[in-house]
Design a protein around this ligand. Structure first.
Ligand code: PA5
Length: 444
């Protein structure tokens, strides 16, 4: 269960203002629940946790088992934005920090990501790895026309086709049910295909095959993840001031609109959660940053970044608030030993768990940042598990929909993403862009 603690904001906001924003957030929840708001043809994500059929999970597991039988030890997941961030977040959050370096038999193939940049060096080095391993690939693009994954896929596909006799069994496509170049290609080549539902946008798609298949391939329990998300699907739909998604959406909008806090920093105290920050930034940045409005989403990992961004957060311009993802219990135990000489002067910590130090760093930072004028929202789960991660995904998606509606924004489109694409296509002289090519070249 995801819980929200707003205690770290109480010295900054008036109760009456908070109550006002809870009223606005409840109205936004009504809009989301009745499906009467902007972008209402993209609400399929709300019921993915409770409505995902067992047969879909079984299909993902069938791919896993087929590739296991072929001895596949490397899966290249190709996608960008919402077509990779959720899977990467889940896999990094649930994996051993040193899974790659640990010796011993690996139960699951290594999953690596590509198609999320256009660096030639990245693709060349990816192919160095692919050449050493027994590889398969999952290519993910809802539109089926995005350049970055299409370029990476062309390179990986060519290699797989020239290397393996069973090439078409080593390629899975996840795309639209009917349209797009990837759909056409997958149908023609006879690839196993999964569908991204029409009514789920990229950044809300982690609990569709877009996230589920890579997570299953990496060896993690998506049933648990969906169960945790299902608990939050229920909790976030309740019309109450106790609804955690309502609380979070109300407070962040109040901090933004009344207190002038333009930047929200997602904070984690566990390096495994770095990609939760990346996933969350895309979700909120692409959902809310429109019409010259929106909170700018940033992320940090503490205590690491207390030694870099900590200075700005403590004393820089006062336009920030923090949302801390608080993991209450560590999954592992390391107790600090006692040293007879105590040369490092750490004996005062002897017998303590490292996580106790982390918790005290967290508490100390909270108090310091509040003293420095940075309000703090806490989003807590008991431990880092597939179940709780599923809950975190559903919670943040729900809160994002509510929050954007409070702001008067359509949370489900991304018109601004097209601008760079048009210029890039014109500069690359893509057929159909002849006029734009002429115009852009005249500007240079
Ligand atoms: O949230 C979104 O819709 C986007 O970030 C997309 O996920 C991203 O642009 C990739 O699009 P596609 O899956 O069509 O290749």
């Amino acid at each position: 269960m995801v819980k929200v603690n707003l205690g770290g904001c109480s010295s900054f906001v008036k109760d009456a203002d908070y109550n006002d924003y809870v009223t606005k957030a409840l109205a936004a929840l009504d809009t989301l629940e009745s499906g009467s708001g902007a972008g209402n043809d993209f609400l399929g994500w709300k019921h993915l946790p409770s409505e995902t059929p067992e047969s879909l999970i079984a299909e993902c597991e069938a791919v896993r088992d087929c590739w296991k039988a072929k001895g596949v030890d490397l899966v290249v997941v190709i996608g960008i934005g919402g077509s990779y961030l959720g899977a990467r977040c889940a896999i990094e959050a649930l994996s051993h920090n040193f899974a790659k370096q640990l010796s011993g038999k690996k139960d699951a193939p290594e999953v690596v990501f590509a198609g999320n940049n256009l660096s030639e060096e990245y693709i060349a080095e990816l192919m160095d790895l692919v050449a050493e391993r027994n590889a398969a690939t999952v290519v993910i693009s809802k539109s089926g026309t995005t350049t970055e994954p299409a370029v990476a896929f062309r390179v990986v596909k060519e290699y797989i086709e020239k290397t393996y006799e069973d090439a078409s069994e080593r390629i899975v496509a996840i795309t639209d049910a009917r349209k797009g170049a990837l759909k056409t290609l997958a149908t023609q080549e006879g690839y196993k295909t999964f569908v991204v539902p029409d009514n789920v946008g990229g950044r809300y798609s982690v609990l569709t095959p877009v996230g589920l298949l890579p997570i299953v391939l990496a060896g993690f329990d998506v049933r648990e993840m969906l169960a945790g998300a299902a608990e939050m699907e229920k909790a976030c739909a309740v019309r109450s001031a106790e609804n955690p998604a309502v609380q979070y959406a109300a407070m962040r909008n109040l901090l933004y609109s009344v207190m002038g806090k333009k930047i929200e920093i997602l904070v984690a105290y566990n390096p495994k959660l770095q990609y939760l920050g990346e996933w969350w930034k895309q979700l909120y940045g692409e959902s809310e940053g429109k019409e010259l409005k929106g909170i700018y989403p940033a992320s940090v990992n503490f205590t690491t970044d207390l030694h870099s961004m900590g200075q700005f957060i403590q004393e820089g311009e006062r336009i920030l608030f923090e949302t801390v993802v608080n993991i209450e219990k560590s999954n592992r135990s390391v107790v600090i030993g006692s040293d007879p000489q105590n040369l490092d002067q750490l004996n005062y910590l002897a017998g303590q768990h490292v996580e106790h130090c982390n918790a005290m760093a967290q508490l100390g930072t909270k108090l310091a940042h509040i003293d420095g004028g940075v309000p703090q929202i806490e989003v807590s789960v008991e431990s880092l598990s597939a179940y709780n991660l599923g809950g975190i995904f559903q919670f943040f998606e729900y809160a994002c929909g509510i929050s954007a509606y409070v702001l008067g924004i359509n949370p489900f489109n991304q018109p601004g993403v097209e601008a760079y694409k048009k210029n890039m296509f014109a500069l690359l002289e893509k057929p159909g862009y002849e006029e734009q090519t002429k115009a852009i070249k005249a500007r240079l």
